[in-house]
Design a binder for this molecule. Structure first.
Ligand SMILES: Cc1cc2nc3c(=O)[nH]c(=O)nc-3n(C[C@H](O)[C@H](O)[C@H](O)COP(=O)(O)OP(=O)(O)OC[C@H]3O[C@@H](n4cnc5c(N)ncnc54)[C@H](O)[C@@H]3O)c2cc1C
Length: 488
C-alpha cells in the first residue's frame, strides 16, 4: 500500500477573517473532486509503504487569485521556494495542506463539462477536499474531508502546479526556473481592438533587489467592449533576492498605463490576477507516474510550456490523446506506474523550450548588454516572420517543431552572428549542451513520427494487448514530442 497523506488546514487560513464572498469562493475552490469509477473497498493485502509530504499553501491556475491576503500567502510560498536549498529532501513523514485560493471564472464551460460528466453516469462531490491517497494492489482510495473515503481503480491528479502528490514525487526539489505573472482585467480601454502575445519595451531593470526583464501580454476580455486583460510577466531563477510578487504588482501599476497609453484614473479594475509557474528541468518532463493507479494531468503533470503560462491550452491539446490512452489503460487493466508513465512520455519539444526561458531571464552575473534580451527576441521574431506562417504560427501557439526551430536558428546565425557569444554567456555551456541533446531528440522524433509511424501502424492490430498499448503510446510520444500534433 502507498499512502499519500494530505491533511487540510493550517493556521494561515484559520487566522484570516473572511467576508461571505471570500467564504463562498473558498468553498467553490474546494469542490473539485471527481470520482471516475467506484468499486468495492480494497483488499487488506497491502504492502506498507508510506509516503508523506509537506506543503503550506496551494493555489489554482485559470484566472489566478485576486485577494490581497491570497497574494501575501502566495508571496510567502514564493519566498520559501526562493530561499530553499537545491538539496533533494527525503520524503517527509507528515505534511499539511491548505486548500488553494482559486477563482472559477469560465462558469459556462465548467457547467457544460459537468452536465456531460453527470449525464454519462459520473458523480461529482462538490465542497470536498482530498486529504490523503492510499494505494492498494487492486484499488486506490481517496480520503476526503469529513472522514469520507472513495475507492477507485485510477486516480487522476489534477491538483495543479502545487499538487502535494507532485511535490512528494519531486522530493521538494527547488524549481530551476519560474515564470511570475501579475496583471488585471479592467474596464475603460477605448482602444481595445488589438492583442499582444509578447511585448517588451524596456531594458532589464531592478525590481526589489534583483534584475528582471519584464514582458507584457494584452488582449480584449469577453466581459465587455472596453474590458481588457493586461499581464506583466518575467522569468526568474528562484533566489532569495528575487522580486516578490507584490513588488512586481507595484511595478505593473506604474508601467501598465504607459504601455497601454491610458490613465489608471480612467479604468475600473475588474480583477487583479497573479500566479507563479514552476519549471523543473532535472528529471523527466513531463512527469512520469511514480505510483501505481495515480496519473498526473494538466499543470500537475508539467505538460505546459516553460515559456508561456498557457497551461490550459496545452491541457486541451493533449486531452484527446490522454482520454483515449486512459480509456485503454482502464479497459486493459494496465494501471501500474510503468504503463501509466507511457501516458506522460518524454517530449523533446517541451524540454527544448527550456532554453528560451533561460535566455529570457535577466541575470546580472551573465555580463551581457542590458538590451540583450530585447535584441534576441527581436532578431528571433524577425527571422520567424521572414520564414512565414508555418514557422511563426506554431511557435505563437506554444508548439515547438524541429524544422521551424532549425530554420529560425539558422537564420539568426546568418543575419546576426554577433549575438551568439552573448547567448553563450547568458544561458551557459551546460544548459546549451543539455539543450543540444533535446534538440537532437526533437529531430529524431520528427524522423520517427514521419517515417517509422506508418510502418508500425500497419502491424499494430496484430500485436497482443500489452504490446499494442505500448506501441500506441510510443507513436503518440513521437508525434506530440515533435509537435506534429499541431494543426494550423
Ligand atoms: C494569471 C494567470 C493567467 C493565465 N492565463 C492563461 C492563458 O491565457 N492561457 C492558458 O492556456 N493558460 C493560462 N493560465 C494557466 C492555466 O490557468 C492553467 O494552466 C490551468 O488552469 C491548469 O489547469 P489544471 O486543472 O491542471 O490545474 P488548476 O487550474 O490549478 O486546478 C487545480 C485544482 O485542484 C484543486 N485542488 C488542489 N488541491 C486539492 C485538494 N487537496 N483537494 C481537492 N482539490 C484540490 C484546486 O482547487 C484547483 O481547482 C493562466 C494562469 C494564471 C494564474
Amino acid at each position: 500500500m502507498v499512502v499519500l497523506h494530505l491533511q487540510s488546514v493550517n493556521g494561515l487560513f484559520q487566522s484570516t477573517k473572511e467576508g461571505p464572498l471570500l467564504a463562498q469562493r473558498r468553498s467553490a475552490r474546494a469542490r473539485r473532486c471527481l470520482c471516475l469509477q467506484t468499486q468495492a473497498p480494497p483488499s487488506r493485502t497491502q504492502v506498507p509503504l508510506v509516503f508523506k509530504f509537506q506543503i503550506s499553501f496551494l493555489f489554482g491556475g485559470a484566472g489566478g487569485s485576486y485577494s490581497y491576503s491570497a497574494l501575501k500567502r502566495l508571496d510567502q510560498v514564493w519566498s520559501t521556494i526562493c530561499s530553499a536549498q537545491t538539496v533533494v529532501e527525503e520524503p517527509k513523514k507528515n505534511f499539511t495542506l491548505n486548500r488553494p485560493f482559486y477563482n472559477h471564472r469560465p462558469v459556462k464551460l465548467i457547467e457544460v463539462v459537468k452536465n456531460r460528466f453527470t449525464s454519462l453516469g459520473g458523480v461529482m462531490f462538490e465542497g470536498c477536499s482530498v486529504s490523503g491517497v492510499s494505494i492498494y494492489e487492486d484499488a486506490a482510495v481517496l480520503q476526503l474531508n469529513e472522514e469520507k473515503i472513495l475507492s477507485s481503480r485510477l486516480i487522476i491528479d489534477a491538483m495543479g502546479n502545487f499538487s502535494p502528490i507532485v511535490k512528494q514525487i519531486r522530493s521538494g526539489r527547488k524549481p530551476d526556473g519560474v515564470c511570475v505573472v501579475v496583471g488585471s482585467c479592467a474596464r475603460g480601454f477605448t482602444n481595445n481592438s488589438t492583442s499582444d502575445v509578447i511585448y517588451s519595451s524596456s531594458l532589464a531593470r531592478k525590481v526589489g533587489s534583483s534584475e528582471a526583464q519584464l514582458f507584457w501580454e494584452a488582449f480584449p476580455a469577453g466581459s465587455g467592449p472596453t474590458d481588457r486583460t493586461t499581464y506583466m510577466f518575467t522569468y526568474l531563477a528562484p533566489q532569495p533576492q528575487s522580486p516578490k510578487i507584490e513588488e512586481l504588482l507595484e511595478e505593473y501599476w506604474k508601467l501598465m498605463p504607459e504601455y497601454q497609453e491610458v490613465s489608471l484614473d480612467d479604468l475600473e479594475i475588474q480583477r487583479v490576477l497573479y500566479g507563479i509557474f514552476l519549471h523543473i528541468v532535472t528529471g523527466k518532463f513531463p512527469l512520469p507516474a511514480a505510483f501505481n493507479r495515480v496519473l498526473q494531468f494538466g499543470d500537475a503533470s508539467g505538460i505546459q510550456s516553460p515559456v508561456s503560462f498557457g497551461g490550459f491550452g496545452s491541457l486541451t491539446r493533449h486531452l484527446n490523446r490522454l482520454s483515449n490512452g486512459i480509456y485503454e489503460a482502464m479497459s486493459d487493466n494496465l494501471l501500474d506506474s510503468y504503463n501509466l508513465s507511457l501516458l506522460n512520455p518524454y517530449m523533446p519539444n517541451l524540454s527544448s523550450s527550456w532554453l528560451f526561458q533561460r535566455a529570457m531571464s535577466a541575470k546580472k552575473e551573465s555580463n551581457v548588454p542590458p538590451d540583450f534580451i530585447n535584441e534576441l527576441l527581436y532578431t528571433n521574431f524577425q527571422s520567424m516572420q521572414r520564414l512565414g506562417d508555418p514557422v511563426l504560427r506554431p511557435f505563437l501557439q506554444d508548439v515547438v517543431q524541429f524544422g521551424p526551430l532549425a530554420k529560425t536558428l539558422g537564420l539568426v546565425m546568418l543575419t546576426k552572428p554577433q549575438i551568439i557569444p552573448s547567448i553563450f554567456k547568458q544561458v551557459g555551456i551546460p544548459v546549451l549542451l543539455d539543450w543540444s541533446g533535446h534538440f537532437s531528440m526533437l529531430g529524431y522524433y520528427t524522423f520517427l513520427s514521419t517515417f517509422a509511424d506508418p510502418v508500425v501502424r500497419s502491424f499494430l492490430s496484430t500485436l497482443p494487448t500489452q504490446a499494442k498499448y505500448e506501441w500506441k503510446r510510443r507513436l503518440e510520444a513521437w508525434k506530440y514530442g515533435a509537435g506534429l500534433d499541431y494543426k494550423s
